[in-house]
Structure formats: structure tokens, C-alpha cells
Design a protein around this ligand. Structure first.
Ligand SMILES: NC(=O)c1ccc[n+]([C@@H]2O[C@H](COP(=O)([O-])OP(=O)(O)OC[C@H]3O[C@@H](n4cnc5c(N)ncnc54)[C@H](OP(=O)(O)O)[C@@H]3O)[C@@H](O)[C@H]2O)c1
Length: 298
């Protein structure tokens, strides 16, 4: 998958300092004029700032990488999470429709309850287990209701060299401890922000028609548990000098209680994305290797 040099009209990226926002800026850097805004310029909790940003930038494409992503905190801040994840995408979609812009938005595996024994398809029944999932589902619906041109990419277990994520937590804990106990009964596909950003660019390059509007699953290929992810991190990452990485033992999620309940099976099928746009993301282990190399080079 390459990000060929298709020139686009103005691209607006929201959530510029987030994991995905940073990678989208790289993937679209040769795409024509790109305007990347953080919360200080476009606060999704404030509809006026969204309308102002859309009017001033007048984009042909909006890539919305901004979201309230603190899954556990959302349990105690559901109203704010709903404003940002549920209401704001609808405002964005309405503004995009007025100027015939394409809205690209990201949603989550947490719209599902994890009960299926196979990878989730786009039209499988949704049933979020936590507030974050409820708010992201609301965002999918407000976008669809606005009736414009849109793509929603549902993804999972996102990480990158930047921000707070599972990879960075494991590397930090790995330096501090001799043993780690990690949940082994939740499965999903760890997905790098870089893979998501490149796949997004490849979809745009493939050409998006009005009839393509809808939801697509977009994750790295393969699947594992959080425990399997941790073991692969320590298998591939270079240990600090004089240190051996810890032994990682699997535990059920009942032994690691969190404020937000999480699905057991988060694996999403990305077959629709491949069928429509010819775009597929790499295996999660390959994407992990690439990320570790990038972190080493920093
Ligand atoms: N991370 C995951 O595991 C995961 C899994 C599935 C789906 N997703 C979805 O993937 C997308 C990208 O996530 P990510 O991992 O890149 O998240 P991230 O690193 O947490 O970045 C989110 C960005 O949104 C910004 N933001 C938060 N509230 C805002 C507000 N009120 N107004 C404007 N900006 C605001 C944050 O800004 P501040 O830095 O100022 O807080 C941050 O830069 C999101 O739609 C997320 O729901 C993520």
C-alpha cells in the first residue's frame, strides 16, 4: 500500500496532536494544502468552534482524528464524552454536507459487546458495554443522519510512538518489573496509527463515490490477546542494557477490574474495506516491528 501523489483540494485534519492526527499529517503531507488543527483551534465540545473552523478552512476533505478517548474516565464524564464523540461528529457532518466535503471519521470496536465467536462485520448488531462505546456509536449515527458524504472507519487497540498507549505502558513497566500479569481473555487486533493513516490515504487515492458512504472496519490483520500483544512486544523490543524483559503471565479480565467493561472479542473483519477499495492493513506483528524501529530511531 503506497500513498501515491494524488493531489487533493484542501484537507482539514482535526485532533492534530493525537496518535492518529500526527500520522495523518504524515500520510497526507503531499496531498495538497493540509490544515491540521488541535483542540485550541477547534474544540469538539464547542459547536461554534467547529462551524468556525469549517467555514474558515472550507475543506474538500475533513479527517476527524479528534475524540474523547479516555475509556475509563468516560464512565464518570459521560456528558462531556457524548458532546465530543456523539454530538460533534454530527455538527461536522452537517457543515461538511453544506460545502459537499467528504467527512472521514473513526469509530471503535467498543460499539460491539464482544459476544460473537467470529470477527465482527459492519452490519452486526451493536451493543456497547461502556459509556465510551455508547458515545462513539452515537457519533456514527449523527453522521449518518446528516446525510452527506462520509466514511466511518471502525478500528481497535490503536497505538503509536506518541501519546499514551499499551505499547508504551508495557515498555515502561518492563523496565520496572520482573513479572507482568496481563489480560488474556480479551482478543483484538492491535493497530498502529501509521497503518490507519496510510490506509486512509489509500482509500482516498482509490476514489470515493457517493454510494460508498458508510461504515468500514479498518484494523491491522491477525488477532491476539493483550497478553499475546505484551509477549510479542518483549520478544521484539531491545531490552535496556543489563536488563532482561519480565516474564508475562496471562490472567482473566476479572483479575484486572477497570471502571469500563470491555468486550471479550474485539476482532473486526476488514473484508469490506478490501473488497471496495482494495486496501488492506499489514499483520499486527509487522506493524509492531515497524513502530519499534521508529521508536529506536528517535
Ligand atoms: N486509541 C484507541 O485504542 C482507539 C481504539 C478504537 C478507536 N479509536 C478511535 O480512533 C480515533 C483516533 O484515536 P487516537 O488513538 O489517535 O486518540 P488520541 O491519541 O487520544 O487523540 C485524540 C485527540 O483528540 C483530541 N481531543 C480530545 N478532546 C477534544 C476536544 N474536545 N476537541 C478537540 N480535540 C479533542 C485530543 O486532544 P488533547 O491532546 O488536547 O486531549 C487528542 O489530540 C478516535 O476517533 C478514537 O475514538 C481509538
Amino acid at each position: 500500500m503506497t500513498s501515491g501523489a494524488v493531489t487533493l483540494n484542501r484537507v482539514l485534519i482535526l485532533g492534530a496532536q493525537g496518535q492518529l492526527g500526527i500520522e495523518l499529517q504524515k500520510a497526507f503531507q503531499d496531498a495538497g494544502p493540509v490544515v491540521a488543527l488541535g483542540r485550541e483551534w477547534c474544540d469538539l465540545a464547542s459547536p461554534e468552534t467547529i462551524r468556525k473552523a469549517m467555514a474558515e478552512v472550507n475543506p474538500a476533505i475533513v479527517l476527524n482524528a479528534a475524540a474523547y478517548t479516555a475509556v475509563d474516565r468516560a464512565e464518570s464524564e459521560p456528558e462531556l464524552a457524548m458532546r465530543v464523540n456523539g454530538d460533534a461528529p454530527g455538527v461536522l457532518a452537517e457543515e461538511a454536507r453544506k460545502i459537499n466535503a467528504l467527512l472521514v471519521h473513526y469509530s471503535t470496536d467498543y460499539v460491539f459487546d464482544g459476544s460473537k465467536q467470529a470477527p465482527w462485520l459492519e452490519d452486526d448488531p451493536v451493543n456497547p458495554l461502556n459509556e465510551y462505546g455508547q458515545t462513539k456509536l452515537a457519533g456514527e449515527r449523527t453522521i449518518a443522519e446528516a446525510g452527506g458524504r462520509y466514511l466511518i472507519f471502525r478500528t481497535s487497540w490503536v497505538y503509536s510512538p506518541h501519546g499514551n498507549n499499551f505499547l508504551k505502558t508495557m515498555l515502561r513497566l518492563g523496565r520496572e518489573r520482573d513479572q507482568l500479569r496481563v489480560v488474556n481473555d480479551q482478543i483484538g487486533a492491535p493497530t498502529t496509527a501509521a497503518s490507519l493513516a496510510r490506509a486512509t490515504r489509500a482509500v482516498i487515492n482509490a476514489g470515493v463515490q457517493d454510494r460508498d458512504a458508510g461504515i468500514y472496519h479498518m484494523t491491522c490483520a491477525g488477532q491476539t490477546s493483550w497478553c499475546g500483544f505484551a509477549q510479542e512486544i518483549f520478544r521484539r523490543a531491545q531490552a535496556p542494557e543489563g536488563k532482561i524483559w519480565p516474564v508475562v503471565t496471562g490472567i482473566p479480565d476479572t483479575e484486572y477490574p477497570t471502571p469500563a467493561k470491555r468486550p471479550k472479542n474485539s476482532v473486526l473483519s476488514s473484508a469490506k474495506l478490501k473488497a471496495r477499495f482494495g486496501v488492506a492493513l499489514p499483520l499486527w506483528q509487522e506493524a509492531l516491528g515497524e513502530t519499534l524501529i521508529e521508536m529506536d530511531a528517535d
